[in-house]
Design a protein. Structure first.
Length: 422
């Protein structure tokens, strides 16, 4: 384990949506800072937490990935770490001053020429002018923009600015590179060149904090990852596992927005006629549908599971049947009926529970929905249904024993596979 380079404890930052109130709040916060007191832990009118209670550390030779949806707090967190913003609460401790940040703006002056930016940036980091002059030709050749080097930076494309910034910063060899979406702006050749440099940089003891929306970039460079959601750490740990959990979070958000009339319910209504209801329909309410793993901590392919339908009833009835359908989006995967033939269920007034066990669940890793119905066994008339006119219950089948395979199955896109050629 390398030397500790960065430590952040209980890092929090709040902002105000109203500019008029923001000025008043800023004045009050400055007053409290003069009294050597941190801001309190509550939100004032029109305030929100951009970052809340974030703890992280970075060691030499380590690459830490940051991933999250737009507005999750990634850029605010980087600005706090770089000292551009002051935290409302918490503390940041750097154990090195050799830090370089590369962002989509590349940190260069758009008015100066490319050559002037080379001298300006390297001088700001304490490199003597004579040494800069020795390296300037190599920097220009590496950037591959020699014919534009004396033109103002404002005339450069995004890719050209990134290539120039990359060529400048590779001369510095800092202890920590902080990269904010910079790898997504260049062409394929530049990105591969930058990736090779960063891997070699890590092998030589350098550290990286990488922000990106592209999972393959995070996975290929980072051995540890943090997923942010609404300013808080949602998951932290092994990269593949965190990326899969983050993917699941995004899927849940999408499904929550689209389940006002769930697509999976159409398949259920094809097999159970929701227009055929008993006169006592509504007297029974399905409160919850569960699927519980019996041979592991999580639901896994081929695992033993128990399904449960929990309902409240205002009536007593005999000859009751219960049904559960497993769906994945619009696809109907399985329909399980219970309570037909010689074995029927009974409804009691109050709490009722119907359950059954499946010894080998035939589901691959992914997200699924459960829909349930309770009906009369003889006429099939419905007493209660869940997941047709409202949202179905969701569950996930996981396979964390193979995190890379799980990530590939979930994202359905390219993933990075480390390999050693001979």
């Amino acid at each position: 384990m390398g030397n500790l380079l960065l430590e952040a404890n209980n890092l929090s930052k709040r902002f105000c949506r109203d500019p008029r109130l923001a000025l008043r709040y800023t004045t009050a916060d400055i007053f409290w800072e003069f009294r050597r007191k941190q801001g309190d832990d509550h939100l004032r009118c029109n305030e929100f937490w951009a970052v809340r209670d974030v703890n992280l550390e970075l060691r030499s030779g380590e690459a830490l990935g940051l991933i999250g949806h737009n507005g999750s707090g990634k850029s605010t967190l980087l600005n706090l770490l770089m000292g551009i913003l002051r935290p409302t609460r918490g503390e940041i401790r750097w154990y090195t001053d050799r830090i370089v940040m590369i962002d989509p703006q590349s940190g260069l002056n758009p008015i100066q020429t490319g050559r002037e930016n080379i001298y300006n940036k390297l001088s700001m980091h304490g490199i003597p002018e004579q040494e800069i002059s020795k390296n300037v030709s190599e920097i220009i050749d590496r950037s591959e923009i020699a014919e534009f080097i004396d033109a103002p930076l404002g005339t450069y494309s995004t890719g050209m600015r990134l290539r120039l910034a990359f060529s400048i910063y590779t001369v510095l060899r800092p202890d920590v590179f902080i990269i904010d979406e910079a790898l997504g702006g260049g062409d394929i050749r530049f990105r591969e060149k930058f990736n090779v440099f960063l891997r070699n940089y890590r092998m030589s003891g350098g550290s990286i904090i990488l922000v990106s929306h592209e999972p393959i970039i995070i996975q290929s460079l980072c051995d540890r990852c943090i997923a942010l959601d609404h300013g808080q750490i949602y998951r932290s740990g092994q990269t593949e596992k965190v990326l899969f959990d983050y993917y699941e979070l995004m899927q849940v958000k999408v499904e929550a927005q689209s389940f006002s009339m769930p697509t999976a319910s159409r398949g259920f209504s094809d097999l159970i006629d929701i227009t055929q209801v008993d006169s006592q329909y509504g007297s029974v309410q399905i409160v919850e549908v569960k699927i519980l793993p019996l041979d592991a901590d999580e639901i896994r392919p081929g695992g033993k599971v128990r399904f449960e339908i929990i309902c409240n009833s205002n009536i007593e009835l005999k000859n009751i049947s219960a049904s559960i359908m497993i769906c994945q989006g619009e696809h109907r995967l399985a329909l399980i009926h219970g309570g037909y033939g010689d074995r029927t269920y009974c409804l009691q007034i109050g709490y009722n529970q119907f359950s059954f066990t499946v010894f080998q669940l035939p589901c691959m890793p992914g997200n699924y929905q459960l829909l349930a119905a309770i009906s009369l066994a003889d006429t099939h008339a419905l007493l209660a249904v869940k997941g047709v006119e409202d949202s179905p219950f969701a569950f996930s089948v996981r396979n964390y024993s193979h995190p890379v395979l799980q990530l590939s199955q979930a994202l359905k896109t390219l993933i990075y596979l480390p390999a050693e050629w001979s």
